[in-house]
Ligand binder design. Structure first.
Ligand code: F6R
Length: 484
C-alpha cells in the first residue's frame, strides 16, 4: 500500500490528477469509478481546469459512479447525479453516453444492481477513486458489509446519516438507503486511489491502513489489493505510526513538506564554503536535522572571503566559529575538512579525496547533498567533483542550487515547501555568517531565491497545470534527487 501525504488538498488533488493524466495518456478510453462528497471536489476542479486548458481529454473515457441515494430523484439538490453533473461532468468533455450513475428511483432495485454490476464487469475499471467515511466505509459499504458484496442496496448507518445530515435540511431528510458498488466491485479495479482529508478521517485511515483486515472496517479490504494508494493531508495521516509516508509528485516533481521527509537516516551535506548549506538549503536542513543525523561537511576554509588584516589562522577560526553558530541554529554537526584544493586552484588532490573518503566511511551516509551539476562557482565545481569522488555508491544524491547557478528548466525533480517560521530560522542561520552578510546580503539572496522558486514552479509543471497555479507554502528550496 502506498501512502502519500501532501501539504494541502491542492497538492494532494494534483497528485491524483497527475495519475489520471498519465492514465489517459496511455489509454484514452480508460474507465474510472468515481466518488461524490466533499473530498473529491478539489480534484474535480483541478481536472476541469486541465480539460479546459486542453491538457487532458475525457472524450473517450467512461465513468461509473460509486453510489446514489435511493428515493430522492435525480433533480434533488443532494442527489449524486446532480453533484456529478454540477461539479464535474457538466464542465468537461465527457460523452454523456459513457457516464453511468446508479438510479435514484429504480423500478426494480435488485434488477438494476445486477445490471450495473454486469456493465462494470464488462468494461472493467482502470482506476477507482474513493473517499472514506468516518466509520471506514467506502462507497456506501457500511461496517459489516461482506467483502464479497457486489452492487447492492445498502442501509445507511447512523454514523453516515449524521455525517451527511450537514447537507440536508435536517437529519430526518437524509435518505436511509442507497445503491452502492460493492466491496468486490471496487476490488476489481486495476488501481485504487483513496483520498482523505482532515482530522475527522484520521481514525478511519489508521484502521484501514494499519488495522486488522476485517468486515468491521470496510476500507481494510484494500490491504488485500496490490495497487492501492492513499492520498492524505497531514491531519488525516496524523494517527499513522508504522507506515512510511511518501511525498506527492506532480509532473515529475516531488513536493516535500516537513512531515514527509526522510527519517532515521545519516545525511552528509557537503557545503563548499561555510555558508552555502544555510543559504541554499537552510530550511530543509533544519527540518531533516530533527529526525535524522545531519553532518554538515564544510569543504573549504573560505578564508579568502574575509577582508581584513587578520592572519590566516584567525580568518579560518572566524569562519569556523560562525559555522558552529549556524549549526546550532539548524541542528547539524559541523565537520571542517579544510580541503587543500581551495589554495591550489581547485586541483583535485589525492590527499583531499583520501581524507573525505575516510570521513564518509566513518559516517556511513544514506543521503548525500552536493551542489548541483550546473553550478558555475569554481569552488563549488571542485567541491562537487571532490565529494562525488569520495562518496560510496548506493546513496541517494540530492543536488542543490546555490545563488551562483540556479537549476535550468527541468533540471530538478524535487521541491521542499516551507513557511515564514522556517524562513526565519534559515535567515537566522545565514546571518550567523556575519563576515559574509556584512559584505553581501546573502540572507536577502536566500529569501529572494526561495520566493522566486515558489512563484515560478508553475512554469515547470506547466504541462499538467491549467490556469491555476500550484498552491504551496510561500517558499521553496529545489533539489535534483538521483541514485548514485
Ligand atoms: C461518495 C461515497 C462515500 C464518501 C465518504 C466520504 O460517493 O461513496 O463513501 O466518499 O462518505 O465523504 P466526504 O468526502 O463528504 O467526507
Amino acid at each position: 500500500m502506498g501512502v502519500v501525504v501532501a501539504g494541502n488538498q491542492d497538492i494532494a488533488s494534483r497528485h491524483v490528477a497527475d495519475i489520471i493524466f498519465n492514465q489517459l495518456k496511455s489509454k484514452q478510453n480508460s474507465v474510472f469509478l468515481l466518488p461524490t462528497g466533499s473530498t473529491p471536489l478539489k480534484l474535480y476542479s483541478v481536472l476541469i481546469d486541465m480539460v479546459q486548458a486542453e491538457k487532458i481529454s475525457f472524450a473517450k473515457a467512461a465513468t461509473f459512479n460509486l453510489d446514489e441515494y435511493i428515493g430522492i430523484g435525480k433533480g434533488h439538490g443532494q442527489s449524486y447525479h446532480r453533484f456529478m453533473w454540477h461539479n464535474f461532468f457538466g464542465k468537461v468533455n465527457i460523452n454523456r453516453k459513457n457516464v453511468s450513475i446508479p438510479e435514484s428511483k429504480p423500478k426494480d432495485a435488485e434488477k438494476f444492481c445486477k445490471a450495473y454490476e454486469k456493465k462494470i464487469r464488462k468494461t472493467g475499471l482502470d482506476i477507482a477513486v474513493l473517499g472514506i467515511g468516518e466509520n471506514g466505509h467506502i462507497g456506501f459499504n457500511e461496517p459489516g458489509t461482506k467483502f464479497s458484496s457486489e452492487t447492492h442496496v445498502a442501509e445507511l448507518s447512523k454514523s453516515t446519516i449524521n455525517a451527511n445530515s450537514r447537507l440536508f435540511k435536517s437529519k430526518k431528510d437524509v435518505p436511509r438507503q442507497a445503491i452502492t458498488a460493492g466491496l468486490k466491485t471496487i476490488m476489481q479495479a486495476k488501481r485504487i486511489i483513496v483520498l482523505a482529508f482532515g482530522k475527522k478521517k484520521a481514525k478511519a485511515v489508521k484502521l484501514a491502513i494499519e488495522g486488522r483486515v476485517s468486515e468491521k472496517v470496510p476500507a481494510s479490504v484494500l490491504q488485500k489489493h496490490k495497487d492501492v494508494v492513499f492520498v492524505l493531508d497531514e491531519e488525516a495521516a496524523s494517527l499513522l505510526k508504522k507506515t512510511r509516508l511518501q511525498a506527492p509528485s506532480i509532473a515529475g516533481i516531488t513536493i516535500y513538506s516537513d512531515f514527509n521527509l526522510p527519517k532515521g537516516k545519516n545525511i552528509a551535506f557537503f557545503s563548499p564554503h561555510p555558508d552555502d548549506a544555510a543559504i541554499s538549503a537552510g530550511a530543509i536542513i533544519s527540518k531533516l536535522a530533527k529526525k535524522n543525523k545531519v553532518y554538515e561537511i564544510v569543504m573549504t576554509t573560505g578564508h579568502r572571503a574575509i577582508d581584513s588584516n587578520r592572519t590566516l589562522p584567525q580568518k579560518i577560526k572566524e569562519r569556523e566559529r560562525e559555522t558552529r553558530g549556524e549549526a546550532r541554529v539548524l541542528g547539524t554537526s559541523p565537520i571542517f575538512l579544510r580541503c587543500r584544493f581551495y589554495d591550489r586552484e581547485n586541483e583535485i588532490l589525492e590527499a583531499d579525496i583520501r581524507k573525505t573518503r575516510a570521513l564518509m566511511r566513518s559516517i556511513k551516509s544514506d543521503i548525500v547533498f552536493v551542489p548541483q551539476k550546473g553550478d558555475k562557482h569554481p569552488t563549488h565545481i571542485a567541491s562537487r567533483k571532490m565529494a562525488l569522488a569520495s562518496v560510496p555508491h548506493k546513496v541517494e544524491l540530492w543536488s542543490y542550487e546555490t545563488p551562483w547557478a540556479l537549476f535550468g528548466h527541468k533540471k530538478f525533480n524535487a521541491a521542499f515547501e516551507f513557511g515564514e517560521k522556517e524562513m526565519k530560522r534559515k535567515l537566522n542561520a545565514v546571518k550567523k555568517h556575519k563576515s559574509q552578510t556584512e559584505r553581501t546580503n546573502f540572507d536577502r539572496a536566500a529569501k529572494t531565491i526561495a520566493e522566486f522558486r515558489q512563484v515560478t514552479i508553475a512554469e515547470q509543471i506547466f504541462s499538467q497545470l491549467g490556469k491555476k497555479p500550484l498552491e504551496t507554502k510561500p517558499y521553496l528550496e529545489l533539489f535534483n534527487i538521483t541514485k548514485w
